[in-house]
Design a protein around this ligand. Structure first.
Ligand code: APR
Length: 235
C-alpha cells in the first residue's frame, strides 16, 4: 500500500543543471551575466524588444542537443508506476520533463519552445528564433510575437490549478529550486498549512529549507532516483 496518494512536485533550474542548462543564481548563473531588468520584464520588452528576443533566442538555441537526465527520468517513472496521482509543477522553461516522458505537468513560467502572439492571443509551438519580423501563422500579424514566458511582474500560469493540487496533495516535493522567487517559493508553506508532508531535494539548503519536514541534499541525478524508489516502495 503506497504511503502517499497525491504527489505534487515543484521543480527548478537545479533539476536541469546536470543536463547542461545553466541555473540562475549559482556561481556564473544566468543572472550573474544578464540583468533581469534588461531581458526579463515587460518594461524591458517595451523598451528594447530585440534585446529581449535575442536573450530568449540564445537560450532556445541552447536547448539543442540537451537531454533529460536521470532525475527527469526518475520523475517520469514515478508518474508511470505510482498508483496514485503525480503532477509536476515546473518553473523551468526547457522541455526536458516532456522529453523524459512526464505527461501531467504545468509550466508555470511558460516555455522556451512556445510563442505568444500579442495581436491575436494565440500561443503556439515555436522552435525557431522569434524576431521583430516574425509572422503569426494564426493571424498573419507581423512583429507581434513574444516569448511565451512569464516575466518578472507578470502572473505565472495556472495558479488556480496549482493551489488546487496543493490543497489536495498528501506529499509536496521541491527539487532543484533556490526558493527565491514567489509564488513558487511560497508553495511549501501553502502545503504545510494543508497538512501536506513536505520534502526538499536540492544540491544545498534552499532559502526555504527550514520550512520542509525533510531535506535531502546532493546532485539531483544522485538523490532523485533513490527518493522515487523509496516512494514507490511505499516508504
Ligand atoms: N542538483 C540539484 N540541485 C541543484 C543542482 C543539481 N545538480 N545544481 C544546482 N542546484 C540547485 C541550487 O543549489 C539552487 O538552489 O538548484 C537551485 C537553482 O536555483 P536558481 O538558479 O535560483 O533557479 P530557480 O530556483 O529555478 O529560479 C526560480 O527564478 O529567474 C527566475 O524564472 C526564473 O524559474 C526561475 C525562477
Amino acid at each position: 500500500m503506497p504511503r502517499y496518494d497525491r504527489i505534487v512536485i515543484l521543480t527548478g533550474a537545479g533539476l536541469s543543471a546536470e543536463s547542461g542548462i545553466a541555473t540562475f543564481r549559482d556561481k556564473d548563473g544566468i543572472w550573474s551575466r544578464y540583468n533581469i531588468e534588461d531581458v526579463a520584464t515587460p518594461q524591458a520588452y517595451a523598451r528594447n524588444p530585440e534585446r529581449v528576443l535575442d536573450f530568449y533566442n540564445m537560450r532556445r538555441e541552447g536547448l539543442a542537443g540537451k537531454q533529460p537526465n536521470a532525475a527527469h527520468k526518475a520523475l517520469a517513472r514515478l508518474e508511470a508506476e505510482h498508483k496514485g496521482e503525480v503532477v509536476v509543477v515546473t518553473q523551468n522553461i526547457d522541455n526536458l520533463h516532456e522529453a523524459a516522458g512526464t505527461k501531467r505537468m504545468i509550466h508555470m513560467h511558460g516555455e522556451l519552445l512556445s510563442a505568444w502572439c500579442l495581436a491575436c492571443g494565440t500561443r503556439q509551438a515555436w522552435p525557431a528564433p522569434i524576431t521583430l519580423t516574425s509572422t503569426c501563422p494564426h493571424c498573419t500579424g507581423v512583429g507581434r510575437l513574444r516569448p511565451d514566458i512569464v516575466w518578472f511582474g507578470e502572473m505565472p500560469y495556472q495558479m488556480e490549478a496549482i493551489y488546487e493540487h496543493l490543497s489536495e496533495a498528501d506529499l509536496f516535493v521541491s527539487i532543484g529550486t533556490s526558493g527565491n522567487v514567489y509564488p513558487a517559493a511560497g508553495f511549501v508553506a501553502e502545503a504545510r498549512q494543508n497538512g501536506v508532508h513536505t520534502v526538499e531535494l536540492n544540491l544545498e539548503p534552499s532559502e526555504g529549507a527550514s520550512l520542509f519536514h525533510e531535506t535531502i541534499h546532493g546532485p539531483a541525478t544522485r538523490v532523485v532516483p533513490g527518493f522515487v524508489d523509496r516512494i514507490l516502495r511505499g516508504e
